[in-house]
Design a protein around this ligand. Structure first.
Ligand code: HMG
Length: 386
């Protein structure tokens, strides 16, 4: 019996800001973004798009393929939470009209929470063949205007169905994990934007990778040569190159350029034009790898490195299942990315910095063109539309 990802689909917003537009406005050489951090565009959420509407867009195509009454749990990972008490999963459960015999909980630990949810879902599913668990990771990355992180914003959600005998990825037992209490990136309750010590955060990320690798090789018999491809958490796509260089140096492996690229690059394609989607980012990278790999991946082992600031990290592996290509949703992923509307810098500023996102009472202008939108907040109750 195997356990893992049976179906996976991601969604992003309907709007995009080109980093060429951003660079021109800020008077920065655009090559700093294209080459220096490896980003071209960032998905921008209008005010009537939130983590729930993104999550619903990501999840709906999965529910079209299964009996939605078979869903036994929603494990919802986010660091863009909309309520301190009611979990984001409960909003999603209502919007998608899921069965009442279902448990719902929200997971938080910066970008790592999606992996925590996935591992917990896999553990639950391994005990019971009737578990059909929705793991949903959804985030909108927001930094202050003119801060170092501003060019690395983005948004997206990923939905994964986790069960026994999955059709896409079997997660292997054993992983290496590492926690260190640091202030590299955080968002106090009173803020809508994150604070970051950018350079320090990249150092903690890379140190966490080395620590999780050491533990992974103690906890499992698997070694670098047993892993064909690597998906790293992607705050910006150059980070995955820094990560893979760090890992290959640590294990003492010298790869030619073509092999180095084939081990990581298909995973960067979507994130390069979507931007950071925090909890969803690693798994959008995985979708990107599945959709953009030049060769079929059946039977290939993937290494996954999940990092969440603050900080918690985990390295684990999984094996792509035979016939996976019949179940991936490449057309939907590519259509969403291609159909986004380009924003001017002024429109982006208006969406992100001039519209209140929260109030006791507020009605949102209709800008979200997706199948789910946030209509209004009335007496502190959120009203969504399908
Ligand atoms: P910065 O100060 O904007 O950029 O900060 P920089 O001056 O360090 O330049 C970046 C790179 O571009 C450098 O290359 C430059 O040389 C190069 P590197 O030394 O890194 O190889 N460069 C150019 N290249 C070509 N042409 C040019 C040019 N100019 C410069 N003209 C920083 C960059 C990443 C710090 C910033 O974007 C930031 O603060 N980002 C947010 C934090 C972040 O993403 N951290 C990543 C690790 S932590 C993480 O992943 C967790 C996170 O997802 C949150 C969570 O867990 O919830 C963020």
């Amino acid at each position: 019996m195997t356990v893992g990802i049976d179906l996976i689909h991601f969604a992003t917003s309907d709007y995009v800001l080109g980093l060429d537009t951003f660079a021109a406005e800020k008077n920065i050489d655009v090559n700093k973004f294209y080459n220096g951090i490896g980003q071209e565009k960032m998905s921008i959420a209008p005010p009537d798009e939130d983590i729930i509407t993104l999550a619903a867009k990501a999840t709906a195509p999965l529910l079209d393929q299964i009996d939605k009454n078979s869903i036994t749990a929603i494990l919802f990972a986010t660091e863009s939470g909309i309520d301190q008490s009611k979990s984001a999963g409960a909003f999603l459960h209502g919007l998608l009209e899921l069965p009442n015999r279902c448990r719902v909980v929200e997971f938080k630990q910066a970008c790592y929470a999606g992996t925590a949810a996935l591992q917990m879902a896999a553990a639950l599913a391994s005990q019971n063949p009737n578990e059909n668990i929705l793991v949903v990771a959804s985030d909108i990355a927001r930094y202050d205007q003119d801060s170092s992180g501003e060019a690395t914003q983005g948004c997206g959600a990923v939905a994964m169905l986790v069960k026994q005998n999955p059709r896409i990825l079997a997660i292997e037992p054993g992983s290496g994990y590492y926690t260190e209490d640091v202030y590299d990136f955080w968002r106090p309750n009173h803020r809508t934007t994150a604070l970051v010590d950018g350079k320090y955060s990249t150092k903690v990320y890379l140190n966490s990778l080395k620590q999780t690798w050491d533990y992974f090789t103690e906890a499992t018999p698997r070694r670098f040569d047993d892993i064909e491809h690597f998906c790293y958490h992607i705050p910006f796509s150059r980070m995955t190159e820094k990560a893979h260089k760090t890992l290959t140096k640590k294990v003492g492996v010298q790869l030619d350029e073509a092999t180095f690229k084939s081990q990581i690059c298909p995973g960067q394609v979507y994130n390069r034009v979507v931007g950071n989607s925090y909890c969803a980012s690693l798994y959008i990278g995985f979708c990107s790898f599945l959709d953009n790999a030049e060769q079929a991946l059946d039977g290939k082992r993937f290494g996954f490195f999940s990092y969440g600031s603050g900080s918690v990290a985990e390295f684990f592996t999984g094996v792509i299942q035979p016939g996976y290509q019949m179940h991936i949703m490449k057309d939907s992923h590519q259509a969403q990315i291609q159909n986004r509307l380009a924003l001017s810098y002024e429109q982006y500023v208006s969406f992100y910095y001039q519209h209140p996102l929260e109030a006791d009472d507020i009605a949102f202008e209709r800008t979200n063109k997706g199948s789910f939108r946030l209509d209004k907040i009335e007496n502190n109750v959120r009203f969504y539309q399908q």
